[in-house]
Design a protein around this ligand. Structure first.
Ligand SMILES: C[S@@+](CC[C@H](N)C(=O)[O-])C[C@H]1O[C@@H](n2cnc3c(N)ncnc32)[C@H](O)[C@@H]1O
Length: 215
């Protein structure tokens, strides 16, 4: 087994184990830290939508009725819960086990790509972002939300300490900032905001309509 597939299996088992308690833990974070972020992000999704690392499908209630949804996720146990949620909501969603670092879709397949609170957990988040941009149609939108490196240096020092434990134990990063990579890839940042001492950041970015505009 290659080191990367061994690592993927390890994180898959980690998220499988945490699937039963995930909604309760994330519910707390949604109420106290992330606020209206799920509806802010998903409310802007249009057309054919891909959600990367969809987890247990906590975003599903927030998508507009007219959108066509596909979701990929590393952990089969998380995905089973997402299936149950889609059924309860009466929503048709194409849910598949998949790897955010190697998306199983052709170039330019989706109008919108969504990823919430997962770029902190995906091992190679830059590769995953490149994949999200690849599968976006020219003129399509990337919608992201995550916890990021705080704008406050004292909090950032705390996040650095936290990462010393969280990365080896759960693959959880606190010092990333996807916005920088999205900008460097040549997408137009249409909106972004940051709150909770700069720990939470969300953005919408548009892929240029000509491929040559991309870095
Ligand atoms: C913190 S959870 C976020 C779930 C969901 N996006 C949400 O907003 O509640 C992180 C998710 O990323 C998934 N994940 C981690 N690495 C992945 C990868 N390489 N490919 C696909 N999913 C991955 C985990 O299995 C987990 O479900």
């Amino acid at each position: 087994m290659s080191p990367s597939s061994a690592q993927r299996s390890r994180w898959r088992r980690y998220w499988d184990r945490h699937s039963r308690t995930y909604d309760r833990q994330m519910g707390f974070m949604d109420r106290w830290l992330f606020g209206d972020t799920r509806s802010w992000v998903c409310g802007q999704a249009t057309g054919e939508v891909l959600e990367v690392a969809i987890g247990t499908g906590l975003n599903l209630p927030h998508y507009p009725a007219g959108s066509t949804l596909t979701g990929i996720e590393l952990s089969p146990a998380m995905l089973r819960i997402a299936h149950g949620r889609a059924d309860e909501l009466g929503r048709t969603v194409d849910l598949r086990v998949g790897d955010a670092e190697a998306l199983q879709f052709p170039d330019a397949s989706f109008d919108t790509v969504v990823c919430t609170f997962s770029l902190c957990a995906i091992p190679d988040h830059e590769r995953s972002l490149a994949e999200m941009i690849r599968v976006l149609r020219p003129g399509g939108r990337l919608l992201l939300a995550d916890h990021v490196a705080s704008s406050n240096p004292v909090i950032r020092a705390g996040q650095r300490l936290l990462e010393m434990g969280s990365v080896p134990i759960g693959g959880e990063h606190f010092l990333r900032r996807p916005l920088d990579h999205v900008r460097a890839a040549g997408l137009d940042i249409e909106h972004h905001d940051r709150f909770a001492l700069g720990i939470v950041e969300r953005l919408t970015a548009r892929k240029p309509t000509t491929g040559s505009d991309l870095a």
